[in-house]
Design a protein around this ligand. Structure first.
Ligand SMILES: C=C(O[C@H]1C=CC=C(C(=O)O)[C@@H]1O)C(=O)O
Length: 409
């Protein structure tokens, strides 16, 4: 566990309304940039008032909630705004695998936020004026294989199909990684600006080096209300509007994709039912059209029993069958057997939480782990009994394009 040096405990937190700051990402300094942005709204943050490594294990979300309750509970808070995301906030990224190291919570020193036409600034400790220098381009990007080559990954998909056909499980999500090296140290702000502009419908995020634009909202918690957007089932964009519509209709009527989607929706329903006094799950999915792919999408809403934090809901939901499979324990075994890599934060929960327990957490998809000039990109696909390995590889490549675009522009 570590707490940033130079800051005294308890944390002294001040939130005040500010004039509209314009583009939030352009306010970020180069070091420790944190972000959660959709359609120009959300939070950007920097500096570290406190940071903690969350111990692995089945109780990790509860441990994180308790650590935050203690840290925020003793803080002196002067909050003029009183909205979700005002007062002290922590950003977090949890590994996909509960037994992996690397889950982290960061309480930034400065948070700049915009929501529903209001903007505010939260500072912890001394007010700091951060001089923002324009980011430099990353130069040429070179790619390399990740843990498995493309043919090896196709082989893993074929083995997963065999396992499904043998009756061991119904669905498994297999992912692959790709490495990228830039000419210069990667300035995360370059990636964030490109992602937010190209994928406004997605949640552009940055937390502890994990950067991406995910379309999948695991849970938004506002008071007693929760929302989730379940995604599973994918097709490519068409070459023209007619082709696009044709592909969308084919996705919507595809038995394989509807089954794959239903597994993900069911896993969310099962996780949320015990927590909610009311839960609305649509009978049919809708189509979510993104610049690179189209998905089957089900928006779910619920009303929680009072007093729970967004991390309690995250704990109940992760991993959904959009990133694990059905049944979950068998899918996790098959992922370990076939994927041949550590997913790290990919497909894990990423987002923010405030002292009221409100917050927004996505599933970390369409993302990369950045370290210096190197990036590790990830993408996965839901595998069913009738999956075709070459088609799944093409789908994974379409998903990887999000971060390739962020790196190359
Ligand atoms: C696992 C990923 O996507 C999930 C979310 C939407 C659609 C998916 C699919 O159709 O396979 C996946 O379940 C990923 O982007 O790496």
């Amino acid at each position: 566990m570590s707490v940033a040096l130079g800051l005294t405990r308890p944390l002294m937190v001040r939130t005040a309304l500010v004039d509209d700051p314009g583009d939030l990402i352009s306010r970020l300094p180069r070091t420790t940039p944190h972000a959660w942005i959709r359609r120009g709204e959300g939070l950007v943050a920097w500096g570290e008032a406190a940071r903690v490594t969350v111990p692995p294990g089945p109780g990790r979300f509860g441990w994180a909630r308790d650590w935050l309750a203690a840290t925020f509970g003793e803080a002196h808070v002067d909050d003029d705004v009183g909205a979700p995301g005002s007062g002290p906030v922590a950003f977090g990224s949890f590994t996909f695998d509960q037994d992996a190291h690397g889950s982290v919570l960061v309480v930034p020193q400065v948070v700049l936020a915009r929501r529903e036409g209001r903007a505010w600034l939260t500072t912890i400790g001394e007010e700091r004026l951060d001089l923002v220098r324009a980011p430099r381009d990353l130069g040429r990007i070179r790619y390399g294989d990740g843990s498995l080559t493309a043919p090896e990954w196709e082989h893993a998909v074929a083995r997963a199909v065999e396992q499904i056909r043998s009756g061991r499980l119904e669905k498994v999500v297999l992912a692959r990684d790709l490495t990228a090296t830039a000419e210069r140290e990667i300035d995360v702000r370059v990636l964030l600006s490109r992602l937010a502009l190209r994928y406004p419908e997605c949640y552009t995020f940055s937390c502890a080096g994990l950067v991406g634009a995910t379309p999948e909202l695991l849970v938004r918690h506002t008071g007693e209300t929760i929302e989730s957007l379940v995604l599973a089932g994918t097709t490519a964009r068409g070459t023209d509007p007619a082709d696009d519509a044709r592909r969308g209709t084919a996705l919507f009527t595809s038995e394989k994709d509807r089954h794959e989607h239903a597994c993900a929706v069911e896993s969310v329903r099962e996780a949320l039912t015990p927590l909610c006094s009311e839960l609305k799950v649509p009978r049919e999915p809708e189509l979510l059209v993104l610049p690179n792919v189209q998905h089957l999408a089900s928006p779910v809403t619920g009303r929680l029993a009072a007093g729970s934090s967004v991390l309690d809901v995250v704990a109940a939901m992760h991993p959904t069958a959009a990133v694990g499979g059905t049944p979950t324990p068998t899918a996790l075994e098959v992922i370990r057997e076939l994927e041949g890599m550590d997913r790290a934060g990919y497909a894990g929960p990423v987002g923010w939480i405030d002292a009221r327990g409100d917050g927004e957490w996505g599933i970390a998809l369409r993302c990369a782990q950045i370290e210096g000039a190197r990036a590790r990109l990830f993408a996965g696909c839901g595998i069913m009994g009738d999956s075709v390995p070459a088609a799944e590889l093409a789908e994974a490549q379409a998903k990887l394009r999000v971060m390739q675009y962020a790196l190359e522009g």
